[in-house]
Design a protein around this ligand. Sequence first.
Ligand code: GAR
Length: 199
Amino acid sequence: MKRLGILISGRGSNFEAIAQNIAAGSISAEIAVVIANRPEARGLATALRLGLNAVCIPSKGLDREIYDRMLLEELSRNAVDLVCLAGYMRLLSATFIRQFPNRILNIHPSLLPSFPGLDAQHQALDHGVKISGCTVHFVDEGLDAGPIILQSAVEVLDGDSAETLSARILQEEHRIYSEAIRLVLAGNYRIEGRRVTLT
Ligand code: GAR
């Protein structure tokens, strides 16, 4: 059984959707550890309630290299095969990324490469796009930049606020993140340059 390490910073709804799919048997993996970099992350309480191995390693004030080394130790202690960033709002160092080549996934609330970084839904509204969505991608050393595994498009409606748009995108996030994890764990894909194709 493959072992997932999930990194969160806040609410943790993507993590919860993954946990539900695992519990329902639709992802065959186990959550080895949930790590939050903020003590107040709501997802931490959810993980504990679900009886999962959940730890907080506060990142505040710590140098990225030092912090990431602490993360790597925790992940290796838990023999993690695949790292899933689920609303983890911190860049990872090159050292960290090299330890998990093509073994780190991220979910982002826009159709990348549009609107990387913070407040992607706000950025989409400000830009006036008619379609946005979400993206699951492998993590490389760029910001929201690695090869794309799955995307889902969500229409931007005239009356949308950042909240209403985010809520509709989030539903799709919950669906495609689990789908992408299944796909990666099954290993039925090839990465050629930036393109991820199914085999
Ligand atoms: C999600 O919308 C996720 O796509 C986004 O943060 C939210 C976390 O929600 N991530 C990013 O913007 C990363 N650049 P959650 O904690 O409920 O899963």
